[in-house]
Ligand binder design. Sequence first.
Ligand code: FES
Length: 112
Amino acid sequence: MGTKKLFYSLSSPSTNFLIVGDDRYFLLTVANGVPIFVPDRCPHRGGPLHLGKFVEDGRKIKCPWHRYCWRKESIERKFLPVIVNRQCLTLAIPKNGNKEMKIKEIHKAFML
Ligand code: FES
């Protein structure tokens, strides 16, 4: 049985950060016009990857907490599926049980 999803349409094209319940997602890149939102938790100990830096010609992301580097493509694999319908972008966000999840959209400056 797969993970339940919450379908959420972004209200603004400038949104690049989402807070969903206890989880955070940031816009890592845009591929073929499709935004790639990924979890903002470093695989090591949950550091804020959106505050990291691209290194090795953009192939890796250096976490700001312990400075481990992660391949960008391994982070990209955790992307939120997105449905593009004209100007509307709808993200499929993993749902944590039946709990109601508050979603907050943010536009913020990244260090990446
Ligand atoms: S939390 Fe990212 S390197 Fe430790």
